[in-house]
Design a protein around this ligand. Structure first.
Ligand code: MEV
Length: 381
């Protein structure tokens, strides 16, 4: 399936019916029925949320042209903003001409925090208890452990914000799950033991969305010749993008908008695959400001005759648990992409983010954003 080219030239000119037929060929059973009506029955709505009264629809499109780690992807995106999907597809076309995106997610570790208040003992008393803490936490998730996941580390942090608070981190390999429920259960299971051992009152027990042990990295090297656009030479576009990146590195006001452009690519894929986009947003923004000043999540520079883009950010996504499997449309979107692991989804999401960033910066540093944006926007109004 991933050998079928995602370079669907002229796709935007087809009727919606014809596009549906083309995309059905990317799905294993050639049926994309759940995508045509949103996929949620009344009964499912009632199971997903409380007080359900209906459904809220968003347009679902596909970004074409994505070549990531040598694999072809059409990327489903659920989004209300015109030009986001066109921009991502355009940038992906430029990147694929230079070899595509290279991306990795080396670790799928989620951190659960256990807060201990007013401890009478040092956290060092827990050092010898670490194997027992791991056993207690892992006992709550036998299936995860059986599949090779579970607690990989326990971190003891003393005096967090003052002597009245210690914090213990359980670092959990969540494999293909985003893992919030699993790690929260683990944290609640070990908290009474930790509190008892250090004479503390247990405080909060919850994951951290600053998923800095779940960092995705995506890169692309685009030859100048593939960057030319609307009367602007490729080298000029590359220089403009690099200068825009420098602006975002220097200025948090610009970095916020730069990162918004990255999330233009990320959030629609998270929505379409049933992932918790608020968690990824929270993680991304917390990561962006970790060194004291709010920074861009992706940066661009020039090497010889190439523009190099690099994105690094937390990417806590899953393909099991949560809505990914339970929501028929989300499951179908994963199937269209042929996603087999959370790590694979993370690299696709990150590449969509980097593509959106390239599209925005190359438009901003040439003809400006409004020409293309307003043309597409005017169709809606
Ligand atoms: C608009 O949705 C996104 C941009 O503002 C991003 C950017 O400025 O880099 C165009």
């Amino acid at each position: 399936m991933k050998n079928k080219s995602s370079r669907l030239s002229g796709f935007h000119r087809l009727s919606m019916r014809t596009r549906q037929k083309e995309i059905a060929q990317f799905a294993k059973d050639a049926s994309i029925a759940p995508l045509l009506d949103g996929g949620l029955s009344d009964e499912l709505c009632d199971r997903f949320v409380e007080n359900a009264i209906g459904r809220f629809a968003l347009p679902l499109g596909v970004a074409t042209n994505f070549l990531i780690n040598g694999q072809e992807y059409v990327v489903p995106m659920a989004v209300e903003e015109p030009s986001v999907i066109a921009a991502a597809s355009n940038a992906a076309r430029m990147v694929r001409a230079s070899g595509g995106f290279i991306a990795t997610l080396p670790r799928s570790n989620t951190v659960a925090q256990i807060e201990l208040r007013n401890a009478t003992q040092s956290l060092l008393t827990l050092k010898g208890e670490i194997p027992e803490i791991i056993r207690m936490a892992n006992d709550t998730q036998p299936q995860l452990v059986q599949l090779g996941g579970g607690v990989v580390d326990v971190v003891l942090r003393e005096n967090v914000g003052g002597p009245a608070r210690h914090v213990v981190h359980l670092v959990v390999n969540c494999l293909d799950a985003m893992g919030a429920n699993m790690v929260n259960t683990m944290a609640e299971a070990v908290a009474p033991f930790l509190a008892m051992r250090c004479g503390a009152t247990p405080g909060l027990k919850i994951l951290s969305n600053l998923a800095d042990q779940r960092l995705v990295r995506a890169e692309c090297r685009v030859a100048f010749l593939h960057l030319k656009r609307n009367g602007f030479g490729g080298e000029d576009v590359a220089k403009g993008v690099a200068a825009a990146s420098a602006f975002a590195e220097a200025d948090p006001w610009r970095a916020a908008t730069h990162n918004k452009g990255i999330f233009n690519g990320i959030d629609p894929v998270l929505v379409a695959t049933g992932n918790d986009w608020r968690a990824v947003e929270a993680g991304g923004h917390a990561f962006a400001v970790q060194e004291g000043q709010y920074k861009p999540l992706a940066t661009w520079h020039i090497e010889d005759t190439h523009l190099i883009g690099k994105l690094e950010m937390p990417m806590a996504v899953g393909i099991v648990g949560g809505a990914s499997k339970a929501h028929p449309a989300a499951a179908k979107c994963l199937e269209i992409m042929g996603i087999e692991s959370a790590a694979e989804l993370a690299v696709v999401v990150a590449s969509a983010g980097l593509a959106s960033n390239l599209a925005a910066l190359s438009a901003l540093s040439t003809e400006g954003i409004q020409a293309g944006h307003m043309r597409l926007h005017s169709r809606r109004v």
